[in-house]
Design a protein around this ligand. Structure first.
Ligand code: AMP
Length: 212
């Protein structure tokens, strides 16, 4: 299956991406994770992306499209993948369609996870992330900044772009640049919408139901 997960920051894309990818035995490709790893390792890509990511702005299309084209050319993505955080602009969506058409492939589904803005702001404000395994933990999970990740024991951190100013900017950027993709994929008959304001397991079940 070739799936795109769409949704504002904080709707639970990363968490659900892992669940779906595991169930369908396909790689989850998260552009945010790729960019953060590049920033941590101070690679040329990381240096190019750093200022955009810190502010909560989008990294320019040509850079991100190059990253995704390279990742999807890896053997493990030959028979399917789940994209989390890409595409984020119409130009990226069109580039993705071209990359797939060149391989005689197409997307099977685009799943849009919807959550009200006030819930998103609350979730992001208390969110902890594991810089090693990418685990994401909500404010009600009893964990603390600097505490151990329950999955890999690395030290949990608050993502710099989860700070209030950057969160506000990310939401504004989402509305302006990424939300138009909902219509874009709806017009192409690919869009499935799921209510994300429920427990993790309930959302996972709802996603499985629309993919079945
Ligand atoms: P995420 O982990 O998906 O919230 O992404 C974190 C940050 O990485 C975003 O706020 C952007 O700065 C950058 N980023 C991730 N994916 C993309 C993309 N498809 N296009 C542009 N920038 C991206």
């Amino acid at each position: 299956m070739r799936i795109v997960l769409l949704g504002a920051p904080g709707v639970g894309k990363g968490t659900q991406a892992r669940v779906i990818a595991e169930a369908h035995r396909i790689p989850a490709v998260a552009t945010g994770d790729i960019l953060r790893a590049a920033m941590r390792d101070e690679t040329p890509l990381g240096k190019q992306a750093k200022e955009f990511v810190k502010r909560g702005d989008l990294v320019p299309d040509d850079i991100v499209i190059g990253v995704v084209a390279e990742r999807l050319a890896q053997p493990d993505a030959a028979n399917g993948f789940l994209l989390d955080g890409f595409p984020r602009t119409i130009a990226q969506a069109e580039a993705l369609a071209t990359i797939l058409a060149e391989r005689d492939q197409a997307l099977d589904a685009v799943v849009a996870i919807e959550v009200p803005d006030e819930v998103i702001v609350r979730r992001l404000a208390g969110r902890l992330t594991c810089p090693e395994c990418g685990g994401v933990y909500g404010p009600d999970e009893g964990l603390q900044e600097g505490g151990a990740c329950p999955r890999c024991s690395a030290s949990l951190t608050v993502r710099p772009d989860d700070k209030p100013d950057a969160v506000r900017n990310r939401l504004a950027v989402y509305r302006e640049s990424t939300e138009p993709l909902v219509n874009y994929y709806c017009e192409r008959g690919l869009l499935k919408t799921v209510d994300g304001d429920r427990t993790r397991d309930e959302v996972a079940k709802a996603i499985e139901a629309v993919l079945a």
